[in-house]
Design a protein around this ligand. Structure first.
Ligand code: HEM
Length: 260
């Protein structure tokens, strides 16, 4: 009996070490989640605190590092953005629901959430996501399709939401979210992603490991800024509208916004 227990415990431990993505659970009754499908995913997998609360800089660096191979510099910068949504003065941590506070980082015309005017942006919205994915025509999503789907979401929000707004920061975040999913879930050189993996990720807030997804070898601020520039260029090409150029030394000057 004792030996059986030891065997089962060992098998579980070895498989958890083997597959750090294996331990997935949606939020419990006291857990919080927010509008970022990736941070929700990392909490669901237990890379971030599972309850989604009081996330420290070390938590962010360790989660983005071990789950996705983000380097420390970009992880620290992203933590800073996240903390800017915590309503407590001089906060150093954040909870995932803080990210839903409208027009700090959270913005209208999301890819998988209704605008805050209509519903809680922490909650995945199938109708909104169906509009986004209707622009992803084949099994591989390319940069143009990714950009077109965002532009369509912007048009719809603009036409239907009487309070529609998009700040400069919101615009940049919108481009950054495309850069993020293409880089992290897709392939950087070709700026494409396998549609089934994207759909699974958005709809389940879970990493598509069973569909063959593996983490990048590393993602630095420069890698991310390069991808962001490609998304900005493609947006300009598709929409015909000028898009702010990406600043090399920061993520589109967001750094400056934070330290103002
Ligand atoms: C500490 C790190 C991060 C912070 C603070 C953060 C914050 C946010 C926030 C506030 C939103 C909501 C924007 C909106 O209104 O649509 C968002 C959306 C999003 N995030 Fe994150 N995020 C982080 C990391 C990541 C990473 C690593 C990825 C990689 C795939 C990612 C992918 C996305 C995507 C694809 C969306 C768009 C969701 C939608 O439009 O429905 N995020 N993020």
């Amino acid at each position: 009996m004792k030996l059986d227990f030891l065997f089962i415990a060992t098998v579980f431990t070895v498989s958890a070490l083997d597959n750090p993505y294996g331990n997935w659970k949606p939020a419990g009754p006291n857990g919080v989640r927010g509008p970022c499908p990736m941070l929700n995913t990392l909490a669901n997998h237990g890379f971030l605190p599972h309850n989604g609360k009081d996330i420290t800089e070390n938590d962010t660096v360790s989660a983005l590092g071990s789950a996705l191979n983000f380097d420390e510099e970009i992880s620290r910068l992203m933590h800073k953005f996240a903390v800017s949504t915590n309503p407590a003065p001089n906060a150093t941590t954040y909870s995932l629901n803080h990210l839903s506070r409208h027009n700090i980082l959270e913005h209208d015309a999301s890819l998988s959430r209704a605008d805050a005017y209509f519903a809680d942006p922490a909650i995945f919205n199938q109708t909104v996501f169906d509009q986004t994915r209707s622009y992803w025509k084949g099994p591989i999503v390319n940069l143009k399709e990714a950009v077109r789907s965002r532009l369509a979401r912007l048009e719809t929000s603009n036409a239907t939401n009487p309070t529609f707004t998009l700040s400069a920061l919101g615009k940049t975040f919108g481009l950054g979210e495309i850069a993020a999913y293409l880089a992290v879930l897709g392939d950087i050189p070709s700026a494409t992603a396998i549609k089934a993996r994207l759909v699974y990720f958005f709809e389940n807030e879970r990493l598509p490991v069973h569909l063959g997804w593996t983490k990048l070898s590393v993602l630095s601020k420069t890698d991310f800024t390069d991808m962001l520039q490609r998304v900005a260029n493609a947006t300009e090409k598709v929409s015909g509208e000028a898009v702010e150029p990406v600043k090399r030394d920061s993520i589109i000057g967001l750094h400056a916004t934070l330290s103002e």
